[in-house]
Ligand binder design. Structure first.
Ligand SMILES: NC(=O)c1ccc[n+]([C@@H]2O[C@H](COP(=O)([O-])OP(=O)(O)OC[C@H]3O[C@@H](n4cnc5c(N)ncnc54)[C@H](OP(=O)(O)O)[C@@H]3O)[C@@H](O)[C@H]2O)c1
Length: 339
């Protein structure tokens, strides 16, 4: 919601009606007012992460998304107003702006050697990728570890949109977990960049059938987990890429189609599927703390370094959304507010 104050003293991107990237307009609006009853503080935003979810929200296709008029943006990096304390974190809306009011409990310290753009690229992508592996039983703290059905020591994962925000985060974490990784993208150039991050098998789905490539490279055995965010027929096809007892982590529908399941394939290999949505997960404070403990430990050892493919000024938010919708982004697209 836009705060009801008379002074229009900060720049923000406003979505005044549903639609595509053209609905994102730079406006002067009132400063947000932190609410004491919600334990909120004001953040001077230096960078805001751009998420695929933001593009769905403007179109009105995101579940329980905000109603216009609203300021978009789910994550930010900046300083607590009036201090030099550098913080990053999640918010439900509002980070495409010079200031945002957020709950103190959602704030995370920015690692010393990260830029504001890198920090803004962290919260959504890395927590999502972490919980994907957690649900797949591939993290030490996982509730149900993946059974060693094949006897193979090295586990395998197939990551769709591997060159995107969540995709590159999943490759960095997968490298730390010692996984054999397969990843899909529409672009050879993007795949080459992700290979430099540790991806072993890049699959250009414009040229090759990923189901066939996975079957060939694993000699028919398949992978132990798939990070599935496409929906439609890709959910069933991804299921058919799994090895015995494999796990399908479903966390998006970039095609705009609801997932189709192949239950016979699931029965034949005793497969399971796990839905992943960070928004409700984020209310589980103890799980988030456990995730942050692991993610920050990896970061301190130099294992995580968010990949920012494009930095654009706030005024170019529409261009940022187009990059994601037209599949032209590599890694994270970030809006910057201060140089
Ligand atoms: N459940 C959760 O909590 C959660 C959290 C974060 C993200 N997500 C989901 O994860 C997915 C990735 O999000 P992100 O923000 O990291 O975006 P992203 O991967 O950086 O950007 C989207 C990428 O998806 C690929 N893509 C494949 N089919 C597409 C299609 N039909 N339309 C547009 N793009 C398509 C494109 O890469 P290629 O050209 O390389 O194929 C495109 O660059 C989205 O589906 C998002 O909704 C879910």
């Amino acid at each position: 919601m836009i705060p009801h104050v008379n002074f229009l003293n900060m720049k923000a991107i406003l979505v005044s009606h549903r639609g595509g990237p053209e609905t994102l307009e730079l406006r002067e609006v009132a400063d947000p007012q932190p609410r004491a009853d919600r334990n909120e503080v004001l953040i001077e935003v230096e960078a805001a992460g751009v998420n695929f979810a933001d593009t769905l929200q403007t179109q009105g296709t995101y579940p329980l998304g905000p109603r216009p008029p609203y300021i978009p943006g789910l994550e930010f990096a900046g300083k607590i107003a009036g201090t030099s304390q550098r913080v990053m974190g999640f918010t439900s809306t509002g980070s495409y702006a010079e200031k945002v009011a957020v709950s103190k409990t959602s704030l995370l310290p920015i690692p010393a050697n990260w830029s504001a753009a890198q920090a803004a690229a962290f919260p959504v992508n890395y927590f999502t990728a972490y919980f994907g592996y957690w649900m797949a039983g591939m993290i030490a703290a996982s509730p149900a570890p993946l059974p060693a059905a094949s006897g193979r020591k090295q586990k395998r994962v197939l990551i769709h949109a591997v060159a995107g925000g969540v995709g590159t985060a999943a490759v960095e974490i997968g490298t730390l977990l010692g996984l054999e990784m397969f990843g899909t993208s529409s672009s050879e150039a993007k795949l080459q960049k992700v290979k430099a991050l540790g991806l072993q098998h890049g699959i250009n789905y414009k040229e090759k059938d990923y189901q066939q490539v996975v079957a060939e490279l694993t000699k028919g055995e398949g992978v132990d987990a798939v990070f599935e965010m496409l929906g439609g027929e890709h959910t069933a096809r991804s299921t058919r890429c799994l090895a015995d007892m494999g796990r399908l982590i479903v966390y998006g529908m970039a095609t705009g189609q609801v997932p189709h399941y192949d239950f016979m394939a699931m029965f034949q290999k005793n497969l399971s599927t796990h839905a992943l949505w960070l928004t409700p997960l984020a209310s589980h404070k103890e799980l988030m703390a456990e995730a942050w403990k692991q993610l920050s430990a990896w970061t301190e050892k130099g294992g995580l370094s968010p990949v920012v493919g494009t930095e654009l000024p706030l005024a170019k938010a529409a261009e940022a959304h187009r990059l994601l919708l037209e599949r032209k982004n590599y890694g994270k697209v970030v809006l910057t507010l201060k140089s």
